[in-house]
Design a protein around this ligand. Structure first.
Ligand SMILES: [Zn+2]
Length: 403
């Protein structure tokens, strides 16, 4: 059954019937890992190399410190294929396939997986690679992705976006890929070699601050999935959240990385006991505001009241990972500090990630603090006196998410 795929590599320049710039390639591809698609063509050809794909291959080898132990050929294969034939190693790639995959992270991932088979000198015997071989190739992929600057949040998504032809479960693959990724991260942290620092590996992950995950203990939360059912990407979710926050006066916001997505935090605001916002003039003040109008009655009330003042920070967490609060609760100044740490926009690399309703969740976490008038001490208000959805309804955010 595999005979029709038979062997030996040689190039016949100017073979009659062949198109200009293509050479007939006689190569047994029975021993292989094919990344995507199963049908191999009966006749193989090699074409002129693609500079951009060559560069990606070179980048993977250089960053991972691997020596090229395979021949790298542009061919009429369905995707990218690692082949072992007569003790020689090859990677065949399809120019057409790459032209349909313009995403850099995906291109690197597919190439790195196949390179991983060769760097681990896999035999690739049998109808498809063994599970161990696939595991090692994926681990190499994760390792290479980290060192070529692909953010962890993108690396994690690879198995779901492009499945392996051998059909390994994507949840298992994610574990393997991320094991390689973390190994590379650890090596970067430990590396004293100045070259690593100069090359700035993994820029986005290093630049986008990480929100503590699992999140610190919060006062209350609200499940907002129902409002994001039509979103297709993380950017769609961000756009909707931003729109609602703009309309309701939350003009200052910060972005953080969380595993599998992002977190968006608002500036700390003072709010009324029922969850509604104070007028803009007082809302963002860190001083306790009692009298919003200067009536005598309000003034009298304010000096005899024992009511504390209420402050809150809203954190919108968009992720496919389960959220479980981890004690201890944070302090008011720690929550205020989020505004100084986060990024002012969502990086494109995360925005482009798919959002699948039902699998990716949007949750609002409310971090609430009570400040006592007597000694101005801020106390973390756990749990909040009002439910999470009331916070969002009273601040009118929900109104704008409905659109
Ligand atoms: Zn493979």
């Amino acid at each position: 059954m595999l005979k029709n795929l038979l062997i030996t590599i040689f190039f016949v320049a100017g073979l009659s019937g062949a198109l200009q710039g293509q050479d007939y390639l006689e190569l047994n591809t029975a021993v292989r890992c094919i990344y995507f698609g199963t049908a191999m063509p009966e006749e193989l050809y090699s074409f002129e190399t693609s500079d951009s794909i060559e560069q990606l291959k070179d980048e993977i080898l250089r960053k991972t410190g691997q020596v090229q132990n395979f021949e790298f050929l542009c061919s009429n294969v369905p995707s990218v294929v690692a082949v072992v034939d007569k003790n020689k190693r090859y990677i065949l790639y399809s120019r057409k396939f790459f032209s349909e995959q313009p995403d850099r992270a995906l291109r690197l991932a597919i190439l790195a997986h196949e390179i991983g088979h060769h760097s681990n000198t896999h035999a690739l015997r049998g109808e498809s690679p063994s599970e161990t071989e696939e595991m090692e190739a994926d681990e190499f992929m994760g390792y290479a992705l980290c060192l070529t600057g692909v953010p962890a949040v993108l690396a994690e998504q690879i198995p779901a976006v492009l499945q392996l032809a051998s059909g390994i479960d994507s949840a298992d693959r994610r574990v393997d890929i991320m094991r390689g990724f973390r190994r590379a991260e650890a090596s970067l942290i430990n590396a004293e070699h100045a070259a690593w620092v100069e090359e700035k590996p993994n820029d986005v992950v290093q630049q986008l601050p990480h929100f503590p995950f699992p999140p610190p203990e919060y006062s209350t939360d609200a499940d907002l999935d129902a409002y994001f059912g039509t979103c297709k990407t993380m950017s769609d979710v961000d756009k909707k959240l931003r729109g609602a926050l703009e309309e309701t006066g939350y003009h200052t916001r910060r972005y953080f990385y969380v595993p599998g997505g992002f977190a968006l935090t608002t500036r700390m605001e003072q709010f009324n006991k029922d969850g509604s916002c104070k007028p803009d003039k007082y809302r963002w003040s860190s001083k306790i505001v009692r009298c919003e109008n200067f009536s005598a009655l309000c003034y009298l009330k304010s000096i005899i009241t024992t009511e504390p003042a209420y402050f809150r920070v809203l954190v919108f967490v968009v992720t496919s990972q389960l959220i479980a609060a981890a004690p201890p609760p944070i302090t008011r100044s720690e929550a205020e500090g989020w505004l100084n740490e986060g990024a002012n926009r969502l990086p494109q690399e995360i925005g482009n990630l798919p959002f699948s309703a039902g699998k990716t969740n949007v949750t609002a976490l409310v971090y609430e603090f009570r400040v006592r008038e007597s000694d101005r001490t801020a106390i973390t208000n756990n749990p909040s006196e009002i439910p999470g959805l009331v916070h969002l309804r009273k601040s009118r955010i929900i109104n704008y998410l409905k659109n």
